[in-house]
Design a protein around this ligand. Structure first.
Ligand SMILES: Cc1cc2nc3c(=O)[nH]c(=O)nc-3n(C[C@H](O)[C@H](O)[C@H](O)COP(=O)(O)OP(=O)(O)OC[C@H]3O[C@@H](n4cnc5c(N)ncnc54)[C@H](O)[C@@H]3O)c2cc1C
Length: 331
């Protein structure tokens, strides 16, 4: 049975920030205010009794946070823009293919109609031990991770430990590859800008939070600062109808060279320094893309059942670079 909670509806950003002041966005929510955008992940967490907030603060009515528009410093996306709106955007399709493809392919049409870009970035990990309150795992405040000796086919091969979660957002690797910036508001504070690449944190830095949001902070906007010359996202799933990917690569050629970010392989979107060193700012050939794929897999430390991800890293990295360069199909 779900625990009773108050339901607050913010009519504007100022009221939302005021009501959210002091709340812990990544705590277990007991006695606290939980922010709700589309509500897809939050309500799941409440049904699973992982989040048991005293109150939900809905920001769903802040329609002035739903937009995709060109400004002088880049393309701005409001935090409540849905994945469906992003998938339908010609601006993103033509100029930010990596992000457009990531959003358009996420989950199901029904989920994309509700899911917001900010909620997608802040959704909690899908680890089946963490999501099952029967398991008193590290992330649930216990003293062990059940993954290492347990069922670990959907867990991290990079950056894991002591907790081996995968970062679950499809759009996050694309935003990191595109060098996006997140704008964050809080009551009585100046808006803060955070690079997407600095937003997510590893379990060893913070066990209970997957990002750097501080109490009371609300993401209001995402800015895509520089238009990439080329970009693409390629993912591999167990089944194509809907599912979280087994492995993703988002790549973008910006002014300083290629950025290559892997998804579903680590607790954070994994910027692959070895692959980026291989490619630098060179034009892509089939040989170079394959070499980058090999480099992207360097340093992976698979668990007993997720070694297949090492092969998939090579595949998605190669295919994403080829697709971005117009040399191959995306799947
Ligand atoms: C069948 C199914 C398949 C799915 N497949 C995928 C998939 O392949 N890839 C993928 O990425 N996702 C997938 N999802 C997850 C889904 O995309 C996310 O649950 C959804 O994007 C969350 O967005 P939301 O707006 O509903 O967030 P909410 O559930 O409202 O919020 C999620 C979290 O974000 C926080 N939050 C929301 N907005 C803000 C904000 N503006 N500032 C600060 N914090 C905020 C909330 O407090 C909460 O902690 C799937 C879901 C389902 C049901």
């Amino acid at each position: 049975m779900m625990k009773a909670f108050d339901y607050l509806v913010a009519e504007n950003l100022e009221a939302a920030a005021g009501a959210y002041a002091g709340a812990d966005p990544n705590g277990n929510g007991n006695g606290k205010v939980a922010l709700k955008a589309g509500g897809i992940d939050l309500l799941d967490l409440m049904k699973q009794r992982i989040e048991t907030p005293q109150a939900i603060l809905s920001i769903d009515r802040l329609d002035d946070l739903r937009y995709i528009r060109q400004e002088d410093d880049g393309v701005h996306i409001g935090a409540l823009t849905t994945l469906a709106q992003m998938g339908a955007s010609d601006l993103l399709a033509q100029r930010y293919a990596a992000l457009h493809q990531a959003a358009a392919d996420t989950a199901t049409p029904q989920v994309r109609q509700r899911a917001t870009i900010a909620g997608n970035l802040c959704q909690r990990p899908r680890c089946w031990y963490y999501r099952n309150p029967e398991f008193d795992c590290l992330k649930n405040g216990g003293d062990r991770c059940f993954v290492r000796d347990g069922e670990n086919e959907h867990h991290a091969v990079f950056g894991g430990g002591p907790c081996h979660i995968l970062h679950p957002s499809n759009v996050a690797p694309a935003l990191v590859a595109l060098n996006a910036v997140l704008v964050v508001h809080a009551a009585e504070a100046e808006p803060q800008r955070i690079d997407a690449a600095e937003f997510f944190v590893l379990p060893r830095q913070s066990m209970f939070a997957e990002n750097v949001l501080e109490p009371g902070q609300i993401i209001t906007e995402i800015i895509l600062p520089a238009e990439p010359r080329h970009s693409a996202t390629v993912e591999v799933r167990e089944k194509q109808s809907f599912d979280w990917p087994l492995c993703t690569a988002s790549v973008a050629r910006l002014g300083g060279g290629w950025r290559i970010c892997l998804g579903a392989v680590a607790p954070i979107p994994w910027l692959s320094e070895p692959a980026m060193r291989v490619v630098a700012d060179r034009d892509i050939t089939a040989e170079l893309a394959a070499e980058a794929g090999e480099a992207a897999a360097q340093g992976a430390t698979p668990l007993s059942d997720n070694g297949y991800k090492v092969d998939l890293i090579k595949v998605v990295t190669r295919r994403a670079l080829m697709a971005a360069a117009g040399l191959g199909v995306r799947s």
